[in-house]
Design a protein around this ligand. Sequence first.
Ligand code: ADP
Length: 461
Amino acid sequence: MTVNLRTKLSISYVLVAIISVLLIMVLANIFLDKHFRDYVKHNQEQKNREIITAISTQYQSNDKWNMEAIEAVGVNALENGLIIKVKDISGKVLWDATDHNNGMCQRIIEQMAHNVSSRYPYIKGDYTEVPYPIKYEYNQVGVVEIGSYGPYYLSNHDLLFINSLNKLMIGVGVFSLFFALVIGSIMARRLSLPIAKVTEASQAIANGYYSERIESESSTSEINRLTSSINHLAESLEKQELLRKRLTADVAHELRTPIATLQSHMEAMIDGIWKPDTERLKSCHEEIVRIGRMVGGLEKLSRYESENLVLEKVSFDVTDLVKALINNFESNFLAKGIKINFSGSTQIILADRDKISQVVVNLLSNALKYTLEGGEVKVSVKGTEDTTKIIVSDNGTGIPEEDIPNIFERFYRADKSRNRLTGGAGIGLTISKAIIVAHGGTIAVNSSRETGSEFVVTLPK
Ligand code: ADP
C-alpha cells in the first residue's frame, strides 16, 4: 500500500504530538498526584493544629472554658468545612458542630465523600472523627474531635486546583494536535510540491521533451540537488539528441557530396559529354577514396569505442616516437610555411605504441590543417612523477568557445560549412579520445580564436 507524502508526514506529526502529550499527562499525573496528596494531607494537619491551638487557648484553669470563643472557633471551622466536637476531660461535650447545625454537617460530609470519589474513585473512604488532646501546662484538659474523610479528603479548592491542571493539560494536548496537523500538512505541502514538479518534469523528459526544465528553488537542499540533477540529465539528453541528429545529417551530407559528384561525372562520361581520360578518372577516384576514408573512420571508431578495445602494451620512449612522427610531417609543415619545433627528453611509458602514434598523428595533422601560413606549432613531451604529458600547441585558427565541449564528439566540426579541402571527417579527435581513455589517461584542450589551440594528452606512467 502506498501512501502519499502529505498523509504520511501529517500522520507522523500527529502521532508525535499525541505521544508527547500523553506522556506528559501520564508522568505529570503520577508525579504530581503524589505531591498533591502529600500537600493535601499536610494542609489538613496544619488546619487541625490551628484548631487545636485555638481551642486550647480557651481553657482558663480549673475546668473553666471560654465558651463563646469555643463556639466562634467551631462555627468558623464549620464554615471552612470542618466538623469539630469539643469535650472536657470528664467527657462532657462543650460544643458539637452537629448540635449547632446538623444539616450543614451532613452536607459537608457528603461534599467530602463526593470530592474524594470524583478524583479517586478507587479509594473507599469513610467519615471518621479523630480525637486530639487539648493540653494546658502539660496536662490534658480536654479533647477535640475533628471529623474528616479518610484516608484524606479534598476541599473544593484542592479539587478545583487539580481539575483545572488536568483541563489545562487536555487543552494543551488538543492545541498541540491541531498545530501538529497544520504544521504537518504545511511541511508536507512544501516537500511534496517540488517533488510532484520533478516527477512531472521527468515524465516529460522520459517522453522525449528534453527541453523541459524544473524551475523551483526549494529551501530543502536534497530537493534542490534532485531538481538540479534532473535538469542536468535533461540537458545531457538534449545535447545527445542534438548530436545524434547532427551525426545523421552529417553522415548523409558527407556521403551525398562525393556520391553526387561521382554520379554526375560517370553520367557525363557515359553520355559521351566527357572523355574518360586520366584526369577525370583521377577525380572520380579521389571521391571514392574520400568515401572509403570516411567509412574506414566509422569502422575504426566503432571498434575503438566498443568496450573491449584491445591494447598491446609495450614499454617505449614517447619522445622518440613523437620525434619520428614530426619527421614524417616535416615536409608538409615546410610546404605550408609553418615552423614546427619540439622539446622534451626521454620518457618511457607502458602503452600501445601504434595507437598512441595514431593520436599524435591526429593532433599533428589537425595542427597542420588549422594553422595558417607563417604560423608555428610546438610539440613537447613532459614527465611528472606519475604522468607523462604530450602537448601539441599551435597559433592557428583556434576553436570557438561554444564548440570546445563538442570537438571530441564524432563528426563534430567547429566549422560546419567546412572547406572540403581542409575538413576531415570529424572523427580524428573522437578516436584519439577513445584511445587515451582506454589507456586510463585524459585528453584536454585549451583554445581561443586569438591564441590558437593547445591539446594536452596525459597518460599514466
Ligand atoms: P577533423 O577530421 O574535422 O579535423 P577532428 O575530430 O580531428 O576532426 O577535429 C574536430 C574539430 O575540432 C575540427 O573540425 C576542428 O573544427 C576542431 N579542431 C581540431 N584541432 C584543431 C586545431 N588544432 N585548431 C583549431 N581547430 C581544431
